[in-house]
Design a protein around this ligand. Structure first.
Ligand SMILES: Cc1ncc(C[n+]2csc(CCOP(=O)(O)OP(=O)(O)O)c2C)c(N)n1
Ligand SMILES: [Mg+2]
Length: 682
């Protein structure tokens, strides 16, 4: 191996070593914020980092500071992160040491990295899926050609379910990705014997089309040469690899969990220290001791200076805490024609289909995937029917039953500049994907300090309808609105669904669209209003704007004899039906967007009527409806003439199958009517 390459690797390794030494020597100061270092894992990390290029993507985990140094991050930039300083280049002091996110032109790109072990596998595989799509569509820029994606993982994290989803998809689709596994035999204090039946190389043997390479990760030259071959192969052949490196863990698990408390293999591990091994390799290649000593002293000086400078750097400004919650969207006003002339009404499910069709027609970076949305069926509600035929199987395709992958892959897709639209088949099955939504999707923009917003449309059919039973009826909006950093919309008509779908698509943030199954075809008597004339191609509705469905007459309002109802989704139709005989006394506000919410319209309604009722399909315990109630009472208390009423389902863990039981649990027009009459008499 060439001397200059070895010397470069040695210098980086000296930096990594000195960083971990200085952090340890000053632990009273440095352990204020938890951190882990790569001590023991340096050789394999440097072998990788030195070979990555700006066209590549890497997802390092919390122990990968040697990857960061070897792609060109300075020791000072890492110390700025240890101390959570304002100029921490990754997150401006928002996230931990070695939890990078990077979008520099001269380095490999790094999407936001969370602390949840293994969870980077899906977003990172999403990058590779995105690159493959761009290749097929000829959308790659010159600078992106042949890019390789690396997902770095600890051995224990490989036992997690989501990692299996990622491995399956990478193999199935033959994606240009390396699963780069550093196997130190330890979880935190649990060892390999307790946590796995086989290592990742053995585990992956059943995946057809995944090449597996196992190496001694403490030997720099072996790692470098193997990775060199793998990277060259992926650049040319576009296929996945597992790279499994055995490494010794020489430092602490983290600054907070110390090795002397529980490690029984420290002496054995020390024999595998990559540092003396690399030194020996340098000497064998003809580097003089003087060269190595010079590299070492230079590094020590540089690291000490960097430490001091970072320690003295400015802290982030508390006034910045609300920066980068949502990226600004271009859709701020209602535009286009909501009711073009000469058109017939269409059912809601078709409005959505037409919206997606127009989006895909106009935007090559748009694609749609999820379970059963592909050519054969076009969605279990036929909500994607004909799309694969029209746009091709590479743009509209089925995924395995992997809600985590469906949701989490949008992070990577969006990072490469695509606009994924994905579908979760039923709201009841959003739970396996909720982790990705919370851990990765919702926080990416905020924790990367504005570098990586996630543009994604996540369609979720929701709600109870026609004895769907306990696993096809649930309402989940309260959980979703609690995930800050995502937008949630819940349209009640086809026109709103189309306008909001378009707005969601052009929004740079993640948007979940809740689509009530009971409104899709307007088959339920009383829900005919969900059908609408299809708005034109340019029609958009800004997310966060409510709509007045029914106005009360001034005569009743002035007499103090009216109620303002705040509702959404199916609730709109229960309310309309309930007050048919006294419609002039009831003003109905359809929120359409649950987050952001139209406070202005809600408060104006409360002030105008003095009596407010909230109608939702969820139960009345710990729900979104209750939070709306709380907001109104907090802001409009003095305008209220009666306690705010809340109508929702009976509080049960699930909606039973039997139709009588289902009916007894859900709200309906009679229940809303009774509550309205009571409120009007107060
Ligand atoms: C999902 C999740 N569960 C638990 C933890 C707590 N935790 C942090 S590190 C760790 C062990 C990870 O071991 P491994 O993946 O082998 O990486 P290593 O630290 O050995 O390099 C655990 C359980 C976490 N961060 N994320
Ligand atoms: Mg481990």
């Amino acid at each position: 191996m060439k001397k200059d390459l070895l010397l470069k690797a040695y210098s980086v390794m000296c930096n990594a070593m000195h960083i971990s030494e200085i952090l340890e020597a000053n632990k009273e100061i440095t352990a204020k914020y938890v951190h882990a270092t790569s001590r023991g894992h340096e050789a394999v990390q440097i072998a990788l980092g030195l070979q990555l290029e700006p066209r590549d993507w890497v997802s390092p985990y919390y122990r990968d500071d040697s990857i960061l140094l070897s792609i060109g991050m300075s020791p000072e930039s890492l110390f700025l992160q240890v101390f959570a300083k304002k100029t921490d280049p990754f997150s401006g002091g928002r996230t931990y040491y070695s939890h990078p996110s990077l979008k520099d032109n001269d380095k490999p790109k790094i999407i936001h990295q969370s602390s949840a072990t293994g969870m980077q596998a899906i977003p990172t595989t999403g990058i590779a899926l995105g690159l493959q799509y761009k290749e097929k569509m000829n959308l790659l820029a010159e600078t992106e050609l042949g890019g390789v994606v690396v997902c770095s993982l600890g051995d224990a994290s490989c036992t997690e379910g989501e990692v299996s989803e990622a491995l399956q998809m990478a193999t199935l689709k033959q994606l240009p990705i390396i699963f780069f596994v550093q196997d130190n035999g330890w979880d935190i204090s649990a060892n390999a014997a307790e946590t796995r039946a086989q290592n990742i190389a053995e585990y992956c043997k059943g995946l057809n089309g995944l090449e597996i390479v196992s190496v001694d990760g403490s030997d720099f030259e072996t790692c470098y040469n193997e990775l060199n071959r793998i990277i060259a192969t992926i650049r040319a052949e576009r296929r996945p690899f597992v790279f499994h490196a055995k490494v010794p863990l020489l430092g602490h698990h983290t600054s907070g969990v110390r090795k002397e408390w529980y490690r029984d293999d420290l002496e054995e591990a020390a024999l595998q220290d990559p540092f003396p091994k690399l030194k020996k390799a340098c000497e064998a290649a003809g580097l003089g001791l003087a060269d190595l000593i010079l590299a070492e002293t230079n590094s020590r000086k540089k690291v000490e200076q960097a430490y001091k400078a970072a320690l003295e750097a400015e802290d982030p400004d508390p006034s910045s805490i609300q920066d980068f919650i949502f990226a600004p969207t271009p859709i701020t006003e209602e535009q286009g024609i909501r009711e073009p002339q000469g058109k017939k009404k269409t059912v809601m499910v078709d409005s959505a289909l037409f919206a997606v069709r127009e989006i895909m027609h106009a935007n090559p970076e748009a694609l749609l995937y999820g379970q059963d949305v592909g050519r054969r069926l076009g969605g279990v509600f036929r909500e994607a029917a004909t799309l694969a035929e029209q746009f091709g199987d590479h743009r509209v395709f089925n995924t395995p039953i992997q809600e985590a992958f469906i949701i989490g892959s949008t992070v990577g897709m969006s990072a490469v500049g695509l606009k994924p639209m994905v579908e979760v088949q039923f709201a009841d099955y959003i739970w396996p994907g909720l982790n990705q939504l919370f851990t990765e999707v919702s926080r990416s923009y905020y924790l990367s300090n504005g570098k990586w917003p996630v543009s994604a449309v996540i369609r979720v059919p929701i709600g109870a309808y026609g004895s769907g039973g306990p696993y096809h009826s649930s309402s989940v909006e309260s959980v979703l609105v609690n995930i800050r950093g995502i937008k949630v919309v819940y349209p009640s008509t086809g026109a709103d669904l189309k306008g909001l779908m378009k707005a969601a698509f052009y929004d740079p943030n993640p948007v979940v669209i809740l689509e009530h199954k009971g409104l899709y075809w307007s088959k339920i008597p009383g829900t005919e209003g969900a059908m609408s004339i299809e708005p034109d191609e340019h029609y958009v509705i800004p997310i966060g704007k409510a709509r007045v469905v029914q106005e009360a007459s001034n005569e009743f309002v002035n007499a103090g004899d009216s109620v303002g109802v705040i509702t959404y989704g199916r609730g709109v139709y229960w309310t309309l039906e309930a007050c048919k005989e006294y419609a002039q006394q009831v003003e109905i506000l359809d929120l359409r967007s649950l987050n952001p919410i139209d406070e202005e319209a809600m408060f104006a309604l409360a002030k105008r009527h003095g009596k407010v009722m909230i109608v939702s399909e969820e139960s009345t315990e710990c729900t979104f409806g209750l939070s709306v109630l709380g907001r109104i009472q907090q802001h409009c208390f003095q305008s209220l003439d009666a306690p705010i009423a809340l109508v929702g389902s009976v509080d049960t863990p699930a909606i039973p199958l039997n139709s009588n039981l289902e009916a007894a649990i859900l709200p309906n027009a009679e229940k809303v009517d009774a509550a309205l009459r009571q409120l009007l008499t107060q």
